[in-house]
Design a protein around this ligand. Structure first.
Ligand code: N01
Length: 542
């Protein structure tokens, strides 16, 4: 097969495709494009593969999808040889898995590590991109593919004095490889989202004292993790086809199927029994497999929230602490549900205290710790579990310019607009894996779909002897309208969270926008399949 380089009109391309990021998306994109004979370079800021699972090495980081539903499904050999050790694998196991995949398919040969992309500019005459690294190196490539993740731009709070702190500090999403020795020390964790909850559960076990600074509490539910024995793994392996087929059918690609009944279509006893079963069950069943109206009907959502609030009250001994841990600003499931293992019991320990930042806000970070409106706290370690500039943040950090120098960041002021989350008008030959407005959920399932769709489109361009493709503005408008229509009526869209584009730590992200596609993954795939089957009529070619 000829590479584009060999047929290149511009004649001076370094690569057919440059992929930014060597997480699961980038690794699989490389595998598929190389299979088609393209010359590909993956540019990765870290020193190893894994993306999210490379950077987020904080204690307690783990899957919240069942491991066996999360791994790649494309290689039978890989499925046959990899034994998951836990139903919800921890970060070290996931990173090992990513490395194994890279080694098995010889991916590292085309990955450049320590390569942080600073800019990517489209050359409208040459039909190619110039990609520049922060060390000044630049490459010219026909196609540019972002595999930069949804939650990969960590954000720090805008507290004064962060740099003054004399102890050790870090963000959960940038945890140092050499680790942080917090055993026997006075530790602060700021933030109680999914990362904070996982870290808190682990750190409290050995810290001399852990102080948790919480602004708004989240609704957390039990993960019910456990080891996978060899016979169990063999049994799971025998069901892989069935498991992946189930993921293909569910709304967000998880193994949990929604209860087709409405909350009020069953008796109270039946409802409570169902919720108890879900609370005792593994993973996201209670969120993704609840009654069909739980996330749209206020009363149904209120009852569900009350059910979980009662659980919190039962598990936390001190009633005032329990009250602080129960959200009163949003209903269950309307923000991302952190999965926990003994999280609420953490607050029954003598070496843990909870500070509500709603009652006593942090005023500044000092040389020795944290000053709230009430008092000064001394710490040896401060951990910021303060989240990410989600969805568009990682794009904003790269100077991406399309036709006529138009900046992607400016184009997306007021919210992202895409064609199926993969393309943007005015940005020819650029494709996003898991971009804004693409189907999310149990992400590797959507990653595999996105990657294969992009591979086929690139194949279409090259097979036709073309060098340029771009989403038409009317196609973007149509997809945008569909995404907005799908978001209507969701209680989650009335709530501030990264899922509604809010990040109070980032300039210009204080207004809710629709950053997520909230239709189902099967609908998404049907739409994209149709685009491909009908010859990509929504796109322009040249
Ligand atoms: O980030 P978050 P995260 N002052 O944004 C607080 C995925 N994930 O890293 O809620 C005080 O959820 C903030 O408070 P508030 C998952 O999709 C997956 O925890 O804004 N507090 C909040 O408590 C998840 O949703 C796994 O009031 C401040 C916290 O910091 C996503 O990543 C594990 C503050 C941030 O929570 C993000 O989770 C972990 C400030 N200035 C994460 N700024 C898996 O299990 C922020 N906060 C696979």
């Amino acid at each position: 097969m000829t590479t584009l380089q060999q047929t290149d009109a511009a004649g001076d391309l370094d690569f057919d495709a440059v992929v930014i990021g060597a997480g699961l998306s980038g690794m699989y994109m490389l595998y598929r494009l190389r299979e088609r004979g393209l010359k590909v370079r993956v540019l990765e800021a870290g020193t190893g593969v894994g993306g999210t699972w490379y950077w987020n090495r904080y204690p307690g980081a783990r899957f919240d999808s069942e491991s066996w539903s999360y791994g790649f499904s494309f290689s039978q050999e890989l499925l046959d040889e990899w034994d998951w050790q836990e139903h919800f694998a921890g970060q070290p196991e996931v990173e090992r898995y990513c490395r194994h995949v890279a080694q098995k398919f010889d991916l590292n040969a085309d990955i450049q590590f320590r390569a942080r992309v600073a800019a990517a500019h489209f050359d409208a005459e040459g039909h190619c991109w110039t990609v520049r690294l922060d060390d000044g190196t630049s490459y010219r490539t026909r196609f540019l593919i972002s595999a930069i993740g949804l939650l990969s731009a960590p954000t720090m709070p805008r507290f004064e004095g962060i740099e003054d702190f004399q102890g050790q500090w870090c963000h959960t999403g940038l945890w140092p490889k050499e680790g942080i020795d917090y055993a026997g020390k006075r530790v602060a964790v700021i933030g109680t989202g999914a990362s904070g909850v996982q870290a808190i559960q682990e750190i409290c076990k050995t810290a001399a004292h852990l102080t948790v600074f919480q602004r708004r509490p989240n609704w957390c539910t039990p993960l019910h993790n456990g080891p996978i024995t060899k016979p169990e793994m063999d049994e799971i392996r025998s069901r892989y086809d069935e498991i992946f087929e189930l993921c293909r059918q569910t709304a967000a690609c998880f193994v949990h199927t929604i209860n087709p009944r409405g909350t009020f279509e069953v008796s109270e006893a039946e409802r409570l029994a169902f919720w108890e079963e879900r609370y005792d069950g593994q993973g996201f069943g209670i969120w993704q497999g609840n009654f069909r109206d739980m996330l749209v009907d206020r009363e149904a959502n209120r009852l569900m929230s009350e059910f979980v609030a009662d659980k919190i009250r039962q598990r936390v001994k001190d009633p005032k602490t329990a009250d602080l841990l129960i959200p009163d600003d949003h209903g269950f499931g309307t923000r991302r549900v952190p999965q926990e293992t003994g999280y609420y019991e953490v607050y029954n320990r003598d070496n843990v205290s909870l500070v509500s930042m709603l009652e006593t806000p942090i005023e500044r970070i000092t040389a020795s710790g944290v000053r709230t409106s009430e008092k000064d706290y001394d710490f040896d370690v401060i951990i910021y579990a303060t989240g990410f500039d989600a969805v568009t943040g990682a794009f904003d950090r790269i100077d991406i310019r399309g036709n006529g120098g138009v900046k992607l960041k400016e184009k997306w002021t007021g919210g992202p607009r895409t064609f199926v989350g993969v393309m943007v008008d005015d940005f020819p030959n650029m494709f996003m894996i898991m971009g804004p407005h693409a189907a999310l959920g149990n992400n590797p399932r959507s990653i595999e779909y996105n990657v294969e769709w992009i591979r086929d489109l690139i194949g279409h361009v090259t097979d036709e002897g073309l060098t340029r493709t771009e989403a038409r503005p009317d196609s973007v408008a149509e997809w945008n309208a569909f995404v907005h229509e799908k978001a209507e009526g969701l209680l989650s869209n009335e709530i501030d969270s990264w899922m509604t584009g809010i990040n109070m730590n980032v300039e210009g992200k204080q207004t809710r926008t629709i950053v997520r596609y909230s239709g189902t993954a099967p609908e998404y795939r049907a739409f994209c399949d149709e685009v491909a089957a009908t010859g990509y009529r929504e796109l322009d070619f040249g």
